[in-house]
Write a new protein. Structure first.
Length: 328
């Protein structure tokens, strides 16, 4: 990349205008107002960016980070209201990205800050994890002689709980875990992207969940979560998940319906039948429960289509009165 993360030519007028508005202590600022501080880039790799921000005034229920991926597709990453940093994985090397962070209160966007950055150039090998950096300097067998006593003590007291999938979309997965015993300084989440390239996502030691964006629809991913103490891997848990299939946008379906129903007027049914949003209500390691609604009209039956782990197409017939199904 020819550009450095500091050289952001777009600390946009829009942002400065927002700051002038939010910082003015005049009659337009209410006591309960929530204000976002500057969005800063704290670290950059060829495939990820770590962002940090502050909330100098008030509080937010949650945040949403929006950006466009390398294919120009919009991505939205939900973030907990207590967070002040996030790592965005699945990016492409030597590419400029613009990030918008929205602060939400009561489901409404209250404030926004933005920043631009360029990902690092790709190196021959993936950047080593902090735990792996000292090893190349000396042979592992020799250099590790004084360290095993230190490394072997923490595992007795620091334990990772099961890694679970809490929600799945066509291009993201939310993972949750627990630490039933002891504590970790930080975590590292490792997985391979759709191109088979290894990705490493650094996570704060106080976190117990993480959303991984930039995934591909209908694809199996294996995630490994490492717990680190003093820069060393102490424990690991893993899980497999298949991302949801990509569905056509409801607006496109409605447009098709309109053209079909409006042209042959006399032949159409007087009542239109419409499907509501398809949601994931629960996920296990080998099943997914789905829910939907029928806000208008009725259907005789439903058919759920997906591809199994071997890539074979599956079609599941469902009764017209059903509003949920479990896919084993």
């Amino acid at each position: 990349a020819a550009e450095e993360p500091e050289e952001l030519p777009l600390p946009t007028e829009e942002m400065q205008h927002e700051k002038l508005q939010t910082e003015a202590p005049t009659s337009q600022a209410t006591p309960a107002q929530a204000v976002l501080g500057e969005l800063k880039v704290s670290s950059v790799t060829p495939s990820s960016v770590q962002l940090q921000w502050t909330v100098p005034k008030g509080f937010f229920d949650s945040f949403t980070l929006q950006y466009r991926d390398a294919q120009g597709q919009p991505q939205a990453l939900p973030i907990d209201g207590g967070s002040r940093s996030v790592t965005v994985p699945g990016l492409s090397p030597s590419r400029r990205y613009r990030f918008h962070l929205y602060g939400l209160r009561g489901g409404k966007r209250i404030d926004r800050v933005s920043t631009d950055t360029v990902t690092a150039t790709e190196k021959p090998e993936e950047p080593p994890l902090p735990s792996e950096e000292p090893q190349p300097e000396a042979t592992p067998s020799e250099d590790n002689q004084p360290e095993p006593p230190q490394t072997e003590v923490p595992p007795m007291r620091t334990v990772l709980g099961e890694l679970k999938v809490s929600s799945v979309t066509p291009n993201s997965v939310q993972l949750q875990w627990s630490v039933p015993e002891g504590s970790f300084d930080s975590f590292t989440l490792q997985y391979r992207d759709a191109q088979g390239q290894p990705q490493a996502l650094s996570i704060d030691g106080g976190s117990r969940s993480e959303t991984v964006p930039g995934l591909s629809p209908s694809r199996r991913y294996r995630f490994h979560l490492y717990g680190l103490r003093n820069g060393k891997r102490i424990d690991r848990v893993s899980t497999d998940i298949v991302t949801a299939s990509e569905e056509p946008l409801p607006s496109e379906e409605l447009e098709e319906e309109k053209t079909q129903t409006e042209s042959p007027t006399s032949e159409t049914f007087p009542v239109r039948a419409m499907l509501g949003e398809l949601k994931v209500s629960s996920v296990t390691s080998d099943s997914v429960e789905l829910q939907w609604s029928v806000p208008e009209g009725s259907f005789d039956s439903f058919t759920l289509q997906y591809r199994d782990a071997q890539g074979q197409p599956q079609a599941l017939p469902i009764d017209g009165g059903s509003r949920s199904v479990t896919v084993p």
